[in-house]
Design a protein around this ligand. Structure first.
Ligand code: 2AM
Length: 177
C-alpha cells in the first residue's frame, strides 16, 4: 500500500482552503483540482509499503512526542512544471512544525525508510496540472492548532484518488485516539 504521514484539518480550515481552491480554479484555464477530503499537509511520504513497513511507520509515529502547536496558512504558491504547475496553499515554516517533521523523518530514516532529500516545503496541494496566468499571492493568514498526525493510505478507488486515515498519533495532553 502507498502511505504518507499527514496533518488533516478541521471543518473550518478545510472550507477556507476550499474557497482558495475555488478562487484558483476560477482564474485557471484548466487543472486537476483537489477534492475537499484530500486537502492535507504531508509531513513524510513513504510510498509503497509492506504490512511490516506499515508497522514500522506506526512505531516511528508512536516514538514522536509533540505538544499541540499552531499552523498558519499564508500564501498561494506553485511548483513549476513544464507548463502545468502544482498549486498549493503554503504553511508558515514555524519551529514546532519543522521540529515535528524533522523528528518524524529521523525516526523513519532510523527504521530504514528513504525519504525525500529536498528541503521540506510545507504545502497543501490545491491543484495539479494547473494552467493559469496568475502569479502566486499572499493571503490573510488563517490556521488551527495541530493536535494529531495521521498515517494515510493513498489508493485509486473507482478511478478516484482516495486518502484514508489508518492510524493516528495525538499530541501530548490530547485525548488518546
Ligand atoms: P503533493 O501534494 O505535493 O503531490 C499523497 O500523495 C501526499 O504525498 C501528497 O501530499 C503528495 O505531495 C505527497 N507525495 C507524493 N509523492 C511524493 C514524493 N515522491 N515525494 C514527496 N511527497 C510526495
Amino acid at each position: 500500500m502507498r502511505l504518507f504521514v499527514a496533518i488533516n484539518f478541521n471543518t473550518e480550515t478545510r472550507s477556507r482552503l476550499l474557497a482558495l481552491r475555488d478562487e484558483l480554479r476560477n482564474c485557471s484555464k484548466g487543472g486537476n483540482f483537489s477534492v475537499p477530503e484530500n486537502l492535507h499537509l504531508t509531513l513524510a511520504f513513504l510510498g509503497e509499503c509492506s504490512a511490516e513497513q506499515q508497522a514500522s511507520v506506526k512505531a516511528a509515529m508512536d516514538a514522536v512526542c509533540f505538544e499541540p502547536f499552531p499552523i498558519n496558512i499564508e500564501r498561494i504558491g506553485r511548483f513549476k512544471r513544464e507548463g502545468s504547475d502544482i498549486w498549493w496553499a503554503g504553511v508558515s515554516r514555524n519551529k514546532p512544525l519543522l521540529d515535528l517533521q524533522e523528528l518524524l523523518a529521523d525516526k523513519l530514516m532510523a527504521a530504514g525508510f528513504l525519504l525525500e532529500e529536498r528541503k521540506y516545503t510545507p504545502h497543501i496541494t490545491l491543484g495539479r496540472q494547473v494552467v493559469t496566468e496568475v502569479a502566486p499571492w499572499t493571503i490573510e493568514p488563517f490556521g488551527e492548532v495541530v493536535k494529531k498526525i495521521e498515517l494515510m493510505k493513498s489508493e485509486r478507488l473507482g478511478g478516484n484518488l482516495t486518502y484514508t486515515s489508518v492510524y493516528g498519533k495525538a499530541s501530548a495532553g490530547a485525548k488518546q485516539l
